[in-house]
Design a binder for this molecule. Structure first.
Ligand SMILES: [Cu+2]
Length: 121
């Protein structure tokens, strides 16, 4: 009886398989391209934007200060992994990122200003 039962089950499975409406296979969306990287950070109203941001090792970011007060974009830690130096109103400084990792940064003039940047390989 066992073989018969198996055959019956197989037949049932085949019928079920054939009878179904055509469920087209779900097309898998292509993986999103690697996270968009930041090429510019704006400082306005004592805020860094965008924040957090992402770059790749070797990338540059231009930092523009739209406030009247001077600012910096300086990595926390000693020695700082990067430092824009003083950016006055309307000025732009370029930072090149040479070390991978996630870095917190701040403004040397305004302790409340801070941000995070991730540098990927
Ligand atoms: Cu500042």
């Amino acid at each position: 009886m066992r073989p018969t039962l198996l055959a019956a089950l197989l037949a049932a499975a085949l019928i079920a398989g054939c009878g179904g409406s055509d469920k087209s296979a779900k097309t898998t969306a292509p993986a999103p391209s690697s996270a968009t990287t930041t090429s510019a950070i704006k400082i306005k109203d004592f805020l860094y934007s965008p924040d957090p941001s992402t770059v790749k090792v070797g990338d540059k970011i231009s930092v523009t200060n739209e406030d009247d007060a001077p600012h910096t974009l300086t990595a926390r830690g000693t020695p700082a992994a990067f430092d824009s130096d003083t950016i006055k109103h309307g000025q732009t400084r370029t930072i090149t990122f040479t070390k991978a990792g996630t870095f917190k940064y701040y403004c040397q003039f305004h302790a409340t200003m801070s941000g995070t940047i991730t540098v990927t390989q």
